[in-house]
Design a protein around this ligand. Structure first.
Ligand code: UD1
Length: 372
């Protein structure tokens, strides 16, 4: 069974790592790794391949940045000949980035079966580019692997046949659990002069937050208050750095003495930083899940989440983007007992191997049906 696996942007890399490992250890599966090149900087891409032991991509499409239409179209143009040349049985895509839908579309139009890992998540907000990518990818996928029960429910409501949907757990958590001990050995806290429990980490890169000057300004007001109390480590995304400069917020950011703005950080150092933080502020999807496992309180600076289980049983607070709401959540963390938060079912480090076993089974059934 030949499977082309797609990785394009940073959050894809921690998802594809355990899948490649599981596929390599199943003799029935021949994986081929394609990097679309959506993310290409050393610190947004190569570092993750090295740290997570992801094999060198067999093919790099090197598409780079562009508007959504240009980026998606370029990936499609570059990926189609790869599919034609290698004629895989399946194309496997993860997550919700432009590379996910672009490669998915190419596959199905060539009659190649599509597998979506992290299927069914819905924020309900169609202004998010990722929500469009999720809806479209799921609607054309043949096999859909879900991380949480809400994903299974969403797909059922959308009319996806139950036999195509499998609740397998979370491949991103496979990576976290595998690397937790290694991350413990990171010296990042000492290097940055931080003490465990004595700082927060923050990530901010959603276009809805950082492309809008008013919203970014409100968030910065909240950050300003919090950093007076607690140092904040802020590995800044290239999109956010550009906008801080474009909106002339640089002096404001520089004036926050306890806000440590740093370049994007590698996986192991960032895992160590998050695991030892008093709290995490974020608008990322993956970090809501990682803090759930780490049992570190998370303030999600968004109006909605496609990962509701992190709020229902985890340590995540979904607060929106107003200054007061962010500060209110910050105040609550001091009094709340987040140790009580639970861990979603099947987030146990074995999701990728479940996916591999299901694929072997499905393939065996297909073969027995198609044999004369
Ligand atoms: C993409 C994903 C988003 C994910 C995020 C993680 C889509 C629609 N969005 O958003 O879901 O959460 O990745 O980072 O696919 N840039 C660099 N170096 C790089 C890559 C990008 O400098 O290696 C800069 C470029 O100026 C680029 C901008 O960042 O224009 C945005 O990159 P892009 O891949 O378009 O989207 P992200 O905002 O990273």
């Amino acid at each position: 069974m030949k499977i082309i696996c797609i990785a394009g942007a940073r959050p894809n890399f921690m998802k594809i790592a355990p899948i490649m490992e599981a596929f390599h250890s199943h003799s029935g599966i021949e994986p081929l790794l394609v990097h679309t090149g959506q993310h290409y900087d050393e610190k947004m891409s190569n570092l993750f391949f090295r740290e997570l032991g992801i094999p060198e991509p067999d093919i790099n499409l090197e598409v780079g940045s562009g508007s959504h239409a240009v980026q998606t179209a370029e990936i499609m143009r570059a990926f189609e000949p790869v599919c034609i040349e290698h004629a895989p049985n399946y194309v496997l895509v993860v997550g919700d980035v432009n590379s996910t839908i672009a490669c998915g579309l190419v596959a199905v139009k060539l009659g190649i079966k599509l597998i979506h890992v992290e299927a069914g998540l819905r924020s309900g907000d169609r202004r998010m580019p990722e929500e469009i990518n999720r809806l479209l990818t799921d609607s054309i996928s043949d096999l859909l692997f879900c991380t949480e029960r809400s994903g299974v429910e969403n797909l059922r409501r959308e009319g996806v046949a139950a036999e195509r949907v499998h609740l397998v757990g979370n491949v991103m958590i496979d990576t976290l659990l595998k690397n937790r001990e290694k991350a413990e050995r990171s010296t990042i806290l000492a290097d940055m002069g931080l003490e465990a429990g004595g700082y927060a980490t923050m990530t901010l890169h959603r276009p809805s937050n950082v492309d809008n000057p008013k919203r970014l300004s409100n968030i910065l007001d909240a950050i300003d208050h919090i950093q007076r109390d607690l140092p904040i480590v802020f590995p800044i995304h290239p999109r956010t750095r550009k906008n801080v400069s474009a909106f002339s917020f640089e002096d404001r950011v520089k004036s926050m003495k306890n806000l440590h703005v740093v370049e994007p950080i590698g996986y192991l150092d960032f895992l160590k930083l998050n695991a030892s933080a008093k709290l995490v502020l974020t608008d990322s999807g993956g970090l809501q899940e990682e803090t759930t496992i780490l049992k570190v309180p998370c303030i999600t600076i968004r109006e909605n989440t496609e990962r509701p289980v992190t709020c229902d049983i985890g340590s995540n607070q979904l607060v929106g983007t107003s200054t007061d709401a962010i500060l209110g959540a910050y105040e609550r963390i001091a009094s709340n007992q987040f140790d009580q938060a639970g861990i979603p079912g099947l987030w146990d480090g074995k999701a990728a191997s479940r996916i591999a076993s299901i694929l072997i089974d499905v393939d065996a059934q297909t073969m027995s049906v198609t044999k004369p």
